[in-house]
Design a binder for this molecule. Sequence first.
Ligand code: 4AD
Ligand code: MG
Length: 431
Amino acid sequence: MKNHVYINEIGKFVGQEIVLKGWLYNKTHKGKLYFLMLRDGSGLIQGVVFKPDVTDAVFEACEKLTLESSLMVTGTVREDKRAVGGYELQIKDVQIINIAGEYPISPKEHGVEFLMDNRHLWLRSSRQFAILKIRHEIIKACRDYFDSNGFVLIDAPIFTPAACEGTSTLFETEYFGEKAYLTQSGQLYMEPAAAAFGKVYCFGPTFRAEKSKTRRHLTEFWMIEPEVAFMDLDGDMDLAEDFLVHIVTRVLENRQEELKILERDLKPLESVKKPFPRIHYDEAVKIVKEAGLEFIDGNDLGAPDETAISEKFDRPVMVHRYPAEVKAFYMKNDPQDPGRALCVDVLAPEGYGEIIGGGQREDDYQTLVNKIQKHNLPMSAFEWYLDVRRYGSVPHAGFGLGIERTVAWICKLPHVRETIPFPRMLHRLTP
Ligand code: 4AD
Ligand code: MG
C-alpha cells in the first residue's frame, strides 16, 4: 500500500498524508469529534476525526468501531508535544477491516488468572508491550555481548540423555523406545564445545519440572550460557559482572520509553556499575542471620535469604563458594577449602535474588567419576561428557543467566509470569 507508515516512524512525515494500518486501542466521542487511539505494534497515536472534514460514511464508520477492531486510516501527520508519542493524525478516511467482537480485556481491573487465560490478547496492552520490548532488548544485548567478545554460538540440544541440574526437576519423555529428558541446561554441551572453540555460548529454552508455585519459577525458561576454556572462578565472576553491566546499560540507552510506561525507578539501574561486591558464602550466611532469619548451617540459600543479602547492596552481589554438598555434581571443589565448591550465584538487587548460577567445572577425570557415582547418576549417560576430561582436560568455567528473572528485575515486576510471551508454569499450559 502506498504511503503506509508505522507509528514509530511517523515523525518523518509531519505535514504529509499517510496511511496507517492497525487496531483501535481506545475511542472517545465529543459532538463533531471522534478521537481514535490507534496502535500498530510499533506504537500508539491519536487520530482525530472532525465531522465537517470527512464524509458521512467515515463518521458512521467511527461510530461502528469497537475496541480492537482492525482498520486502515488515511490522514495528515501533525506535531503535538502534548500528544502520546508527540504526534497526532488528522484523519480523512477510515476503512474498517474487521469489527472486533466485545473485547474481553477492558481498562478495568482483571484478576491475574483471567489475564493469564487471555494471555494471547493481553499481549496487546501497553504494559505487556513495554515488558516484551525490554525482553527483546535484553536478549539482543546478551547476544551482542558474546558475539563481539569472540564467543562462538553453539546450539545445545533440547532432548538429552542425562540430568544436569539434579533428577528431581526432570521432564521425562519417550524417545523411540528410550527414555529422554528435556534439557535443564546446555552446560554439559558447552563444555566439550569450549574445548573445540575456546569461548562459546548457547541460548535456548530450558525445562524444569518445578512443582512449587513461586514468583520466580517457570517450567520453561530461556537461559544464556557462556563457557570458557582456561578460565577460573575469578575470571567467571569478571565475565558475569561485565556482562550484566552491558545488559543494563543497553536497556537504559535504548528503552527509556518502555521503562517510563512501567514507571520504573531508574536510580537502582543506574548504579549497576563495576565492581560488584564478591562475598563468601559464610559472609552471606552472617548477613542472613543478622537479618533475623532462621538458617541451618550448610544449607543452600533460599529466596528470603537471597532477598536479605541483596538488600544490603545497591548493585548485584556475587556469592561464591557454597558448600559443595548443596551444589551440582560437575562443580570443582576449592583446593584451598575442599568442602566448598568453586561456584558463584549472582543475586540481583531490590530483593530479586539469583539471576545467574555458575562456576568452575571439575576437570579431573577420577574426581568427576566419583562425583557422578556419589550423586547416583547413571555413568553410561555421561561417558561422552567424561571424554572432555580424558582428552586434553583444562580448567574451565561458565554460567547461566535466566532471561525471565533478569527481565523481572530490570522491569521491576512482582512475578516472572509477565516476562515471557507465553509462560509455562505449574497448572499453566494454555494458551
Ligand atoms: O543455577 P542454575 O540451575 O544453573 C545452571 O543451570 C547451570 N548449569 C548454568 C551454567 O553454569 N551453565 O540456573 C541458572 C539460572 C538461574 O540463576 C536462574 O536465573 C535461571 O537459570 N533459572 C530459572 N528461571 C526461571 N524459572 C526456573 N525454574 C529457573 N531455574 C533456573
Ligand atoms: Mg542456581
